[in-house]
Design a protein around this ligand. Structure first.
Ligand code: SAM
Length: 191
């Protein structure tokens, strides 16, 4: 299983929105969901996507999406899935909003601390080139949104994870996720 942890610095933490961009750049989140989970004719069963929303009115929120029979996901309407998931949030519980979709109050730091015995990378243009990395079966990738990974989280990641670069340009978050998925598909098929 590969995991992606997306930090959305301003993603709204209540489902009271329609406009993805106005909801703290939820458009970036929606594109990332598509890149993480969709193949042309199937949903990936090898991906666990974590979305950390740090926007108002009640941050942080952690949404988890992974393939499960009955996952109500459509490429045309990812925003609706995120919005409906936020409405199902209940304090002090990890709520199963839909098959394969969970929501709870959990910070980025807490989530990563739970995974410290895993193989954690963070995406950074100045990191080690991805071609030099020997991946295990269950890599975890931390990715920022249009504002990048917040400074205090970067300091924490520098001590606890490895920085990797996928190339010389600054790419969209969703492009990084697509690249990683395809890169790992190829990487594991050659082994
Ligand atoms: C649109 S970029 C963020 C731009 C932001 N202004 C910054 O300086 O971090 C979104 C995220 O994609 C990842 N990223 C973009 N280009 C990358 C590259 N060449 N190598 C590794 N990660 C990259 C980083 O995690 C970044 O936070």
């Amino acid at each position: 299983m590969r995991e992606f942890i997306l930090i959305s610095n301003h993603g709204r933490t209540k489902g009271d929105w329609r406009d993805l961009m106005a909801a703290g750049r939820m458009d970036i989140v929606a594109h990332s969901v598509i890149s993480a989970l969709f193949l042309s004719n199937a949903i990936r069963s090898d991906v666990l996507l974590h979305i950390i929303l740090n926007g108002p009115p009640d941050p942080p929120k952690h949404i988890e999406i992974t393939y499960e029979e009955g996952l109500p996901i459509s490429k045309k309407d990812v925003g609706n899935l995120i919005r409906s998931t936020l409405w199902k949030y209940k304090p002090k519980k990890k709520v199963k909003a839909f098959p394969g979709v969970y929501v709870e109050k959990k910070s980025f730091r807490k989530l990563v601390e739970e995974k410290l015995d895993g193989e954690i990378y963070y995406l950074d243009k100045r990191g080690e080139d991805i071609s030099k990395i020997k991946f295990g079966e269950n890599p975890i990738f931390v990715i920022g949104d249009h504002e990048g990974i917040p400074k205090q989280e970067l300091r924490f990641l520098k001590k606890n994870a490895k920085a990797i670069s996928i190339g010389p340009n600054m790419y969209f978050t969703s492009q990084c996720i697509s690249f990683l998925n395809i890169y790992l598909d190829r990487y594991f098929s050659k082994r």
